[in-house]
Design a protein around this ligand. Structure first.
Ligand code: G3P
Length: 217
């Protein structure tokens, strides 16, 4: 499964990219607002240059035509740019139009299998179902990933399932078991995935034994 980092923070991006652990980046207006003010074009370019993979940059327009012109500007920033549009009627229409121009599109804010089906029919390169936000309202976010996987496989849609709104390592594990194509995760969760108390305990014991014997390389 491809791992994307869900952040606009260049320090977090470089830390993960330097370890060769990420296949792409996703941003959204809230994440960008945490780290930037004013024109973010240069920051978007730097983010795109930091990884060898797709970088989702979200439109803030809400009408079809405005999304299309904003999407074209975002796509022109860098070849890694993928335009992110919301799963609305206008967003689906903008998705279709941008795809016709050869621009990759990530359709975001997906909360149902019927929405995901329409995004695939609109030619979305990625669909972003928000797992954590469904869990937040007592739903089962991972059930949606299951259903979308089944529908996309039933009909041979090429749209990649990008599990989003990931809150903890088990979300990532479940997304892998279901067969999501990608998962976008916050930096904190990425590093949590590498942790295990038995690894720390085992390493400590190895070093204690080694040092007690006075062994050397
Ligand atoms: O990038 C979209 C998404 O991952 C949002 O996550 O935690 O704000 O629900 P969250």
């Amino acid at each position: 499964m491809k791992i994307f980092l869900d952040t606009a923070d260049l320090n977090e991006i470089r830390r993960a990219a330097d370890a060769g652990l990420i296949d792409g980046i996703t941003t959204n207006p809230s994440l960008v607002a945490k780290v930037a003010k004013g024109d973010v074009t240069d920051m978007y370019r730097e983010i795109c240059e930091a990884v060898d993979g797709p970088v989702s940059l979200e439109v803030v327009a809400i009408t079809r035509d405005d999304m299309i012109s904003e999407g074209k500007k975002l796509a022109a920033i860098h070849e890694n740019a993928v335009v992110k549009v919301p799963l609305t009627e206008d967003g689906l229409k903008a998705c279709r139009a941008l795809r016709a121009e050869g621009i990759r599109v990530n359709v975001t804010l997906c909360f149902s299998v019927s929405q995901a089906h329409l995004a695939a029919k609109a030619g979305a390169s990625f669909i972003s179902p928000f797992v954590g936000r469904i869990d937040d309202v007592s739903g089962e976010g991972m059930q949606l990933i299951h259903q979308i996987r089944q529908v996309y496989d039933n009909y041979g849609f090429a749209t990649e399932i990008l599990a989003a709104s990931i809150r903890h390592p088990m979300h990532v594990v479940e997304a892998m078991l279901i067969g999501a194509d990608c998962c976008t995760i916050p930096s904190k969760v990425l590093w949590q995935l590498s942790k295990h108390p038995l690894t720390d305990k085992g390493l400590e014991a190895f070093l204690d034994d080694w040092n007690a014997a006075g062994t050397a390389i």
